[in-house]
Design a protein around this ligand. Structure first.
Ligand code: SAM
Ligand code: SF4
Length: 457
């Protein structure tokens, strides 16, 4: 068959949602008889899955495409997928005539037809519809990580934060049916995945379209009960839709990890209102108090933006005071980046780049100090990790705790030297930095004791 000899290369920019979209796109291509190759030079079809949440994402993809000029690329086909595709649309063909496929994420379900047209010689194929109720379902997904499987439960976003391009690039919210999600979770566990991570721009805005009408918290419980599942995570949660039922689900299901990612963006009510986040600092802190009232020690991480238009020195000081108040376990922080089509473009009070950079450095230093203190408080404790890597040079295994901390650990001399990848292990923390922990694996006897103590908490 002619198609069997075709090869593809895919490069992904951006978040976990994009990584997982690429896994599904790769699955769609493999199902059509394509073979994946590790370098664009070897591929018949070269795909760039793009992100435009910040910065000049378009420049990145056009510079990649510039390496392969039309007429000098041995008949390769090129495709631009994701946010830049949706944002720039058919203009991409003008700037990069070697491109044959432009497809936004809301049109991925049409990929098989679009690919068929491309293979049949249609020069320029687009999938740019945004207005869809249907999520991207694939027969087959080629997952990159052999231990942790991403599982999309909701696509798109119906919130309209003033700075954000997602509603324009990913379209309206559409949830998958709980039946399909639970079936996929069962298949993943049967295939040997230790951890499942439920994904969505706002996972907790989930609305089950099937008659079961599961709430997000009920869905969490149902997935957490999949026989054989070791760990379940979910990201990202939106503060507005965060409920006490989610905390109750974590409390009562040991397979649900002790971690909530709850982006706050800013600590000042004035900035939150201008951002159209639709919650106040106090309402956000109530959600934090709810998480902190759990029986389990749940780690809390966040996203922050500095230098949003109109952010004064006093507003910024309120973001710093929020960091002190919540003491996040980790934070992703960004300089505000003006995005096409977004309402924030019309706001006055633009903060100069140098000032944004200064605020970001101050914020990151404060957060670094908090993380260091929190991590150092764990020295001496026993932690269960899921092992996901190996650093040969340091003779360390790389694991992740339930609270989502990276813990690099050594194995005592004389312990079996087999691979531990994908298994769970107990380690005692011996050192801590701001971003990771270092430890030693516990011998069997102590491990049982640690397990007993963990079970009792
Ligand atoms: N839906 C999640 C929420 O609202 O809580 C966030 C998803 S968004 C894809 C990831 C993060 O990117 C946001 O939390 C925000 O901090 C950051 N972000 C989005 N637009 C941005 C912009 N224009 N400039 C800087 N950071 C931005
Ligand atoms: Fe963007 Fe706001 Fe939607 Fe999050 S909730 S994806 S920040 S618009």
């Amino acid at each position: 068959m002619q198609r069997a000899s075709k090869t593809f290369y895919i490069e992904t920019f951006g978040c976990q949602m994009n990584v997982h979209d690429s896994e599904k796109v790769a699955g769609t291509l493999l199902a059509r008889g394509y073979r994946q190759v590790p370098r664009p030079e070897e591929a018949d079809l070269v795909l760039y899955n793009t992100c435009s949440i910040r910065d000049k994402a378009e420049q990145k993809v056009f510079s990649r495409l510039g390496q392969f000029k039309k007429g000098q690329n041995g008949g390769k086909m090129f495709g631009v997928l994701g946010c830049v595709a949706q944002q720039e649309g058919a203009r991409i063909f003008e700037r990069a005539p070697q491109v044959g496929l432009v497809c936004g994420s809301a049109s991925y379900r049409k990929l098989p037809q679009l690919l068929a047209q491309l293979e049949a010689g249609s020069g320029r194929v687009t999938g740019l519809e945004l207005d869809t109720d249907e999520p991207f379902e694939t027969e087959f997904t080629r997952r990159d990580n052999p231990f942790r499987a991403y599982l999309t439960i909701i696509e798109g976003c119906d919130k309209h934060c003033a700075y954000c391009v997602v509603p324009f690039t990913r379209g309206r919210e559409r949830s998958r049916s709980s039946r399909q999600i639970l079936e996929e979770a069962r298949r993943l566990v049967d295939a040997g995945y230790s951890e499942i991570q439920l994904l969505g721009q706002n996972v907790n805005s989930y609305r089950d379209p099937s008659p079961a009408r599961l709430t997000f918290a009920r869905l969490l419980r149902a997935v957490a009960e999949t026989p054989g599942i070791r760990r379940l995570r979910f990201t990202t949660s939106h503060p507005r839709d965060f409920t006490a039922e989610i905390v109750a689900a974590i409390d009562s299901h040991p397979t649900l990890c002790d971690h909530v990612h709850l982006p706050v963006q800013a600590g000042s009510d004035r900035v939150l209102a201008r951002m159209q986040r639709e919650y106040t600092r106090e309402q956000y802190l109530e959600k934090i108090a709810c998480i902190r009232s759990a029986r389990r020690a749940i780690s809390i991480t966040t996203d922050l933006i500095v230098g949003f238009p109109g952010e004064t020195e006093e507003d910024f000081a309120e973001t710093l005071s929020l960091l002190e108040e919540v003491r996040y376990d980790a934070a992703f922080s960004f300089k505000y980046s003006p995005r096409p089509n977004t309402p924030a473009l019309a706001l006055d009070g633009v903060v100069p780049e140098e000032e944004k950079a200064r605020r970001l450095a101050v914020l990151q230093e404060k957060q670094r100090q908090i993380q260091l203190e929190k991590n150092q408080a764990l020295v001496g404790s026993a932690q269960e990790v899921l092992v996901e890597g190996r650093q040969e040079a340091l003779q360390q295994w790389v694991g992740r705790t339930s609270q989502n901390r990276v813990l690099n650990f050594t194995v005592p001399r004389g312990s079996a030297g087999h691979s531990r990848l994908g298994t769970c292990a107990w380690a005692r923390v011996t050192r801590a930095g701001p971003n990771s922990l270092v430890g030693e694996m516990l011998p069997a006897g102590q491990r049982q004791e640690a397990e007993r103590l963990a079970g009792a908490t």
